[in-house]
Design a binder for this molecule. Structure first.
Ligand SMILES: Nc1ccc(Br)nc1
Length: 446
């Protein structure tokens, strides 16, 4: 009716009603476009997932590192046509500096390695869990932030590094209840493309950009890929050679095409032998079309995938022996992977493997009346000092409310501080699971 319309009109006009934020009505309580909030139930799940990331990293003897979500833009200027740099969340700060919200963690890790310089004991085995950003067109409606777990090995030139990283990923999947029937790890090496480009005389500078284009093979039509390769100046025969190499389905076929002395063949054979020693060879799938979309990979590349083919890549990584050099530093052989927090949760949901993690405390403590507030507080602190999680009732409440609250926080016990019992040095303890009640001396509480 008229009044509703005028009320809406008022709100839109921003009529200042008493106590309203700047007279503009309610602030937007939703998070910025493409970002997420984590309510307690969401944060419990995230903490569980990140706990698994950290535990696997610990089992593999990796040390945790961290760096700012805000970095100098120069870390990500690679001019290879990557989506990750095309969608950089960058801006000029108030000091006129070109900065960016990091789209990935690897460049920061490289920066720390260069910062430590000769002081960096090699091999360095580092892991990190951090939020990464991209500026997606609003139209595409995709997320603009996700959290990534990274593990990296700096200073090991052999594929033993990649084999160890793959073992960590398999360990993680197994801990969550996923098997090689649910997920696999596609492996290949960019040395395949390197050999093909060399055979056709394609300039080295084209290597990164060619890989970025080839990575889109499954996402855009083949003729578009051919067109983009032509734009990079790759000749027709070389394009044919690239497409032929990407279609190879076994290391034997690879050897037939590129010869036994091809570095890619040697790497992959060693990788398979090591995988057998780790016991995860049945998780591996050779797939020459896997190149990954980051320009800096130089050797073995891999990605985790769901065998049902319903989801995007679960994780991805590879060798990047030239990244430190591109920052003007001394090159170190490096390998690592990134593991996002989104696809894995979709997969666990599909497989009914998401754990139910409830809010839980050990004791709900309540004074029977406000005259015993100080005593109840002392009881709560005593229990906390003994390591028990205590929800202390902070305002006058009836027992009925306390039972409801005990249910909400899955308390094991309800501890009531009441006058008569207190005068005998006791409190009333209700064991909510066994439905038993007893008077307990305060000193025996925990
Ligand atoms: N690189 C990147 C950053 C943020 C999201 Br969401 N996806 C990819």
């Amino acid at each position: 009716g008229a009044s509703a319309a005028s009320a809406t009109q008022d709100r839109k006009a921003g009529s200042a009603r008493i106590g309203e934020a700047g007279g503009k009505g309610l602030v937007d309580v939703n998070p910025p476009r493409g970002t997420r909030d984590f309510f307690p139930e969401d944060k419990r799940l995230q903490n569980w997932l990140f706990g698994e990331f950290a535990e696997v990293s610990r089992l593999f003897g990796f040390e945790q590192v961290d760096f700012p979500v805000l970095e100098s833009e120069e870390l990500y200027v690679r001019k290879a046509g990557e989506e990750i740099t095309d969608q950089l969340y960058n801006f000029e700060d108030k000091g006129g500096r070109r900065v960016a919200l990091r789209p990935e963690l690897t460049p920061s890790l490289a920066r720390l390695a260069l910062q430590r310089g000769k002081g960096l004991a090699l091999p360095a085995k580092w892991f990190s869990i951090g939020q990464c950003w991209r500026y997606e067109r609003a139209t595409r409606g995709r997320r603009r932030e996700h959290y990534q777990w990274n593990m990296d090995i700096i200073g090991v030139a052999g594929v033993e590094a990649e084999a160890e990283l793959l073992a960590a990923i398999v360990t993680f999947f197994c801990r969550l209840g996923l098997t090689s029937a649910d997920v696999g790890l596609k492996v290949s090496s960019r040395k395949v493309l390197q050999a093909v480009l060399a055979r056709f005389g394609v300039a080295d500078e084209a290597f990164g950009p060619v890989c970025v284009v080839v990575d889109k093979m499954e996402k855009i039509p083949r003729d578009k890929v051919v067109e983009e390769l032509q734009k990079l100046g790759v000749a027709a025969d070389a394009i044919e050679g690239i497409l032929q190499a990407l279609a190879l389905r076994s290391v034997e076929q690879l050897e037939a095409l590129l010869g036994p002395e091809c570095a890619a063949v040697a790497d992959l054979r060693t990788l398979y032998d090591l995988a057998a020693a780790y016991g995860y060879a049945d998780w591996l799938v050779f797939d020459a079309s896997v190149v990954r979309g980051l320009a800096y990979y130089t050797g073995v590349v891999f990605e985790g995938f769901d065998r049902a083919g319903q989801l995007r890549a679960i994780c991805g990584g590879g060798r990047y022996d030239r990244l430190l050099g591109t920052f003007g530093g001394e090159d170190q052989p490096c390998a690592g992977f990134g593991f996002g927090d989104a696809v894995i949760v979709e997969l666990l949901k599909d497989k009914k493997l998401l754990p139910e993690i409830k809010h839980q405390v050990d004791d709900l403590v309540m004074p029977q009346d406000e005259s015993l507030r100080a005593q109840a507080t002392a009881v709560a602190q005593r229990l906390r000092s003994a390591g028990r999680r205590v929800d202390l009732v902070l305002e006058p409440k009836r027992l009925k409310w306390a039972f409801k609250q005990a249910e909400r926080c899955n308390a094991a016990r309800l501890v009531l501080v009441a006058p008569d019992e207190w005068s005998r040095g006791m409190v009333r303890v209700k064991d909510l699971a066994k439905r038993e009640e007893a008077d307990v001396p305060v000193e025996e509480l925990a």
